[in-house]
Design a binder for this molecule. Structure first.
Ligand code: PEP
Ligand code: MG
Length: 764
């Protein structure tokens, strides 16, 4: 242990000879790392606004992370030290709930961690941290020494802090930046950026060596064991529902995990000095390329599997899953590639003020759920790298599809004013709850809600939904960590039916595939929207479908308001089989003493063939629901989730006009009730066209119901009919929109037609 006084004197003398802030900090971290014989020493300094900490200098973590890592007060261990002004000394930091793994640091699995606040005259300047591989806390002596050093360095660092000079090399992180994306969900919100899934992919692991192979080997062994358990529980539970060929997939994973090539390869490389993650990457690459070289297509396909397994092991090594355990206690903007429903569910809803996704588009599931929950969202944000802005203040403007990082104070207060105004306006609309959605010339439109989250049931009712037009049953499946059992499903469905009874609830059978993936059941297909989706998947996994139907019927027996909706129908035999399965399930339940009648069975029109075959499908169905999201996707051959072609995705394309007109006309002839439940029903311009076309039942997110009701109550259908006539002559969607948009403008709606005026309602 160095002599504290001598060490400090030498250090202070050395610093005194230095002018440049970066060099001063470098000297400190370098000298301390040597003196304390630790792997890492880092300084985090407060931003001038004192609202976040930035990694200002490090020895041991990646240089590239300096200036990039930003932690909110109370975020991670460093944020915790800053918020509590107390030291933290841990034997195993990654297993602490407050730990946050930050991928840009390329932090190896360091275990011991000691951090102390840097203070000057009781004011926080930053945090000083040392880290090491051993799994034991630092000694009391080390802790006392670091506290002494910190108290001495506090004033030197305070000078740098006050001058703001240290920020000069970090300037790139704090200036105001603006990014644009694609509209996800309307509304404006602001908060601190919280990064979801800082995902270090196996492909990005950099060469790194270790001085402690024994530790690396034990970390690798722990990671293997954790993945083995993960797979075992997955296949165990899956086994209850899935046929043997699907279960076999998990078996392949298990075999790979046990293969000597994998573990021996990794251990050999660690013996040669490689770190566990670097050894893993090399071994997996080698195994994958051997599979790729095989002439047998089955073996070639195994390269995907081994990379998959490798990624899971890496995740465990980096303990990355622990990062979202403790978010700071303030309003958050969640940012990441595509934020899953499970991610959303792990934060209290009132703290989520916005979503920013670098991938996806308006119809991604993330956007749909954001819409349902009234959370502003921007998707497919171009050039945005959220990992560089952890903890930064961010505004999400879902109306304009923009986000602003580190906005200047004036902009911030302007947005705050807008947010307050919007909240006031939405509250004002509550008065419409019990009023009918009826046009000024007496056309009554039924407004139902789209839902999938239980949390969403109350808002739907509060906002005046007359029932549920689309219950997306895949959402509870997505939040679960394995396929829910019949009993678990029954409990959920029963709560939903009860909440809405006696109003009708159209529950859709599981619609996974496309961008709707279950975390515990990956479907890897090169063209997933044309693959194993919706009813195709569930019919092939009949047991799964039957248990879902049984759960729905049991809930129906209690509450009597179920309507069963089937997604992605493209053939007559599909709906015929579903009806037979429902009838059989009802009979079986009756034999077990559950008195249940056959509910109305409806189908979604999402695939063009269903639209064209409507008269042939009609004998098997009681109602129709148009899924305009998928119908547009399949009719226009435009991926609903691909930002590159999102400008081509428009529900008001002339081909959609023809399709929608044909559907409503045929339903009238066939005496089939029809509703529309895609996002189109939330788009005010599109609603004008739908009302003109004769759609008198729309299902939309609860959040948007009051707005659309206000619109309907402000217009006359008779005024829209001549516009519809002219729309038939239009050759593109821009022309059609241009025909209807002036109606909104006359009613005083904002230029992007998403925001209604303060008061547009005419007396009824
Ligand atoms: C649709 O396709 O319009 C629809 C409502 O279903 P989902 O968005 O869930 O695919
Ligand atoms: Mg759909």
């Amino acid at each position: 242990m160095p002599h504290p006084l001598a060490t400090l004197t030498a250090l202070v003398e050395q610093i005194a000879r230095t002018q440049d802030p970066a060099t001063i900090m470098e000297t400190i971290v370098q000298r301390l790392r040597e003196l304390l014989e630790v792997e890492v020493c880092s300084i985090y300094l407060c931003t001038p606004e004192r609202d976040a900490l930035i990694l200002a200098s490090t020895q041991g973590l990646s240089d590239a992370a300096v200036g990039k890592v930003r932690l909110a007060m109370n975020e991670g261990l460093v944020g915790h030290i800053a918020a509590t002004l107390s030291a933290v000394n841990l034997a195993d930091a990654p297993s602490d709930d407050r730990f946050v793994y930050i991928p840009e640091t390329h932090e190896k699995p360091y275990h011991r961690f000691l951090g102390v606040p840097l203070l000057h005259l009781r004011k926080l300047v930053g945090v000083l941290v040392i880290q090491g591989h051993q799994r034991k806390p630092f000694s009391d002596e080390d802790e006392a020494f670091l506290i002494t050093v910190a108290s001495q360095l506090g004033s030197t660092l305070y000078q740098l802090h006050r001058d703001g000079k240290w920020m000069s090399n970090l300037q790139e992180v704090s200036p105001y930046r603006r990014y644009t994306g694609i509209k996800g969900a309307p509304g404006v919100g602001q908060g601190r950026l919280w990064l979801i899934h800082p995902h270090l992919s196996l492909a990005d692991v950099k060469q790194a060596m270790t001085s402690n192979p024994a530790q690396q080997k034990s970390d690798f062994a722990d990671a293997l064991e954790a993945v083995r358990e993960e797979l075992e529980s997955g296949s165990g539970k899956l086994g209850q529902h899935l046929p043997a060929d699907v279960r076999a997939l998990f078996h392949v994973y298990e075999l790979m995990l046990q293969s000597p090539e994998l573990s021996e390869g990794v251990l050999r490389l660690i013996d040669g000095g490689a770190s566990a993650d670097w050894a893993l990457k090399q071994t997996v690459d080698e195994m994958a390329s051997m599979f790729e070289q095989s002439s047998d297509p089955y073996m070639q396909a195994r390269s995907e599997d081994i990379r998959n397994i490798g990624q899971r092991i890496l995740n465990q090594i980096l303990a990355r899953d622990q990062q979202v355990l403790e978010a700071p206690d303030e309003e958050l903007i969640l940012a990441g590639d595509l934020i899953s429903i499970a991610d959303l569910a792990s934060f209290p809803q009132q703290r989520i003020r916005g979503l920013l996704c670098t991938a996806g588009s308006t119809l991604s599931h993330t956007a749909i759920v954001a819409n349902a929950l009234g959370i502003p969202a921007v998707m497919g944000v171009e050039g945005f790298e959220p990992e560089h802005f952890r903890g930064a203040r961010v505004i999400v403007d879902g109306n304009r599809a923009e986000c602003m990082v580190n906005p200047p104070p004036a902009l911030m207060s302007e947005y705050k004013r807008m947010i307050d105004q919007e909240q006031r306006f939405m509250r004002d609309l509550d008065r419409l709850r019990d009023m009918p959605a009826e046009t000024l010339d007496g056309v009554r439109i039924k407004l139902l809600t789209n839902t999938g989250l239980l949390a969403d049931a109350t808002p739907g009712l509060q906002r005046g939904a007359e029932g549920v037009g689309l219950y997306r049953s895949e959402i509870p499946f997505m939040i679960h960590d394995s396929f829910p059992t019949e009993q678990e499903q029954y409990r959920i469905y029963s709560k939903v039916l009860k909440a809405y009874a006696p109003r009708p609830v159209s529950m859709r059978t599981l619609d996974i595939g496309g961008d709707k993936q279950l975390p515990y059941f990956e479907i890897n297909e090169s063209n997933p929207y044309l693959g194993w989706r919706g009813i195709r998947f569930t019919l092939d996994n009949t047991q799964l479908l039957v248990s879902q139907i049984r759960a729905m019927l049991r809930a129906h027996a209690e509450h009597g308001n179920l309507k069963l909706l089937v997604p992605m129908i493209s053939r007559v035999d599909e709906i015929k089989t579903v009806r037979e399965l429902v009838e059989k399930a009802a009979e079986a339940l009756k034999r077990d003493g559950v008195e249940v009648g056959i509910p109305e069975i409806g189908m979604m029109i999402e695939v063009p063939s269903a639209m064209l075959l409507l008269p042939k499908l009609a004998p098997y169905i009681d109602f129709v629901s148009v899924g305009s999201n998928d119908l547009t996707q399949y009719l226009l051959a435009v991926d609903r989730n691909n930002p590159r072609v999102s400008n081509l995705f428009d529900n008001m394309h002339p081909a959609m006009l023809v399709a929608l007109e044909q559907i409503v006309g045929q339903c009238r002839q066939l005496k089939l009730p029809v509703s529309l439940c895609g996002e189109m029903a939330s788009d005010p311009v599109a609603v004008l066209m739908l009302v003109a076309l004769g759609y008198d039942c729309l299902s939309l997110s609860a959040y948007n119901i009051p707005k659309i009701k206000l619109l309907i109550r402000s217009l006359r259908k008779a005024d829209l009919l001549p516009l519809l006539e002219r729309a038939h002559d239009c050759s593109d969607e821009t022309q059609i929109r241009a025909l209807f948009a002036p109606v909104l403008e006359r009613l005083g709606w904002s230029s992007d037609h998403r925001q209604p005026p303060e008061s547009t309602e005419q007396p009824h």
